[in-house]
Design a protein around this ligand. Sequence first.
Ligand SMILES: Nc1ncnc2c1ncn2[C@@H]1O[C@H](COP(=O)(O)OP(=O)(O)OP(=O)(O)O)[C@@H](O)[C@H]1O
Ligand SMILES: [Mg+2]
Length: 342
Amino acid sequence: MDLKTTGIIGQSTSLLEVFKVLAKVAPTDSTVLVTGESGTGKELLVRALHSNSLRHQAPFVPINCGAIPKELLESELFGHEKGAFTHAIRSRPGRFEMADGGTIFLDEIGEMDLPLQVKILRVLQEKEIERVGGTCTKKVDVRIVAATNRDLEEEVRAGRFREDLFYRLNVIPMHLPSLRDRGGDILVLAEYFLEKFCERKGRVKLCLAEDTRKVLAAYRWPGNVRELENFMERLSILCDEDLVQPSDLPAKILDDVGDIVTLPEPPEPSQAAAAVQQGFVWPRIEHLREHGLGLKEFLDLAEEKLLLEALDMADGVKNQAAEILGVKRTTLIEKLKKKKLD
Ligand SMILES: Nc1ncnc2c1ncn2[C@@H]1O[C@H](COP(=O)(O)OP(=O)(O)OP(=O)(O)O)[C@@H](O)[C@H]1O
Ligand SMILES: [Mg+2]
C-alpha cells in the first residue's frame, strides 16, 4: 500500500519509525493511542491513520474531550433522547453514531472523568452505545483512536484514569517524538513553513542565515512543531530583510540557546532518509534471489541502467550526464569504458 503522509513533514529516523508503524496499523481496525507533547502533530497523525485505513471514505469524527464541559460530554459522545435533561428538546445522535463505519478521534482523553471512562470502556467491549435518557442500545461499527499529552500510566497510578480502559486503548501505542529529538527536521520544517507563509504573504522566500540555523537547531522548542510554525509565520510578517539574522529572533529563543559562537553546526537533513519517505523502494534480498542475482551483478546492472538513462537524458553529452549523476566527468568516462558502453 502506498502510504499517504500528506502534510506530515520530516525525514528524521524517529519520524520514519512512526511512519513504519502507521503503515502497518492504518489498515487494521485496532485501537490506537497516540501520545506526545503538545504540538508534536498528534492530530495530523490520527488523520493520516484514518485516510490510510479501509474506512477512509466513511466519516472521521474528532472530539476534544478537554474542550467540552464535563456535563455535556456524555451527550455529545452518545447522543440523547428528547426530554433526557432540561435542554433536550429533541433527540440527537452522538459522535459515536455519526462516526458509524468510520473513525472516532477521542482527543485529550486524559481529561475525561472516571464515570465517562466506564462508558467508553463499554463501547470498546460491546461495540454498542446507549443514548442519554434512552432505553435501548445501538450497535456501532467505529474504530477508536485516542490521543493525549499526559502520561496515562502516571494518571492510572494516581487513580485518575482507569487501568482497564488504558489497556484497552493502548493496543497499539504510537508516540510522536518531541521536535528537539528530531534532529534535522527542525530546519526542514522551518524552511517548509517559511515557504508556505512567504508565499501566502506574496513575498520572496526568506532565507535563514547560517547563525540563525544554528540557533533554531539548538533551541529546545517546548511548544514543538506548533511553536515553530507560529514563529515562522511571525518572521514572514515582521522580518524586513530577505535574510533572517539571529537578531530577528525573539529574546526567548536567544536566551535559551546562550552564546551563538559556541553552538554546534546545524545537522544536515539526511538525503537517503528523504528518498525513503518519498516512496523509494529499496531492493531486498528476496528480489535478488527472484532474479538469481548476486550483490555485485545487481549493483553493476543498476549502475549500467542509470548511466544509460543519464546519457539518454543528456543526449549523449558526457559533461551533462556526469552532472545529472552527481559524479565527475572523468569518473563517468572511466565507468563507461569499463562497461564497454563508450
Ligand atoms: N510533521 C509536521 N509537519 C507539518 N506540520 C506539522 C507537523 N507536525 C505538526 N504540524 C503542525 O503543527 C500544528 C500542531 O499539530 P497538531 O495539532 O497535530 O499537534 P497536537 O500534538 O495535536 O498538539 P496538542 O497536544 O496541543 O493538541 C498544526 O498546525 C500542524 O499542522
Ligand atoms: Mg491536538
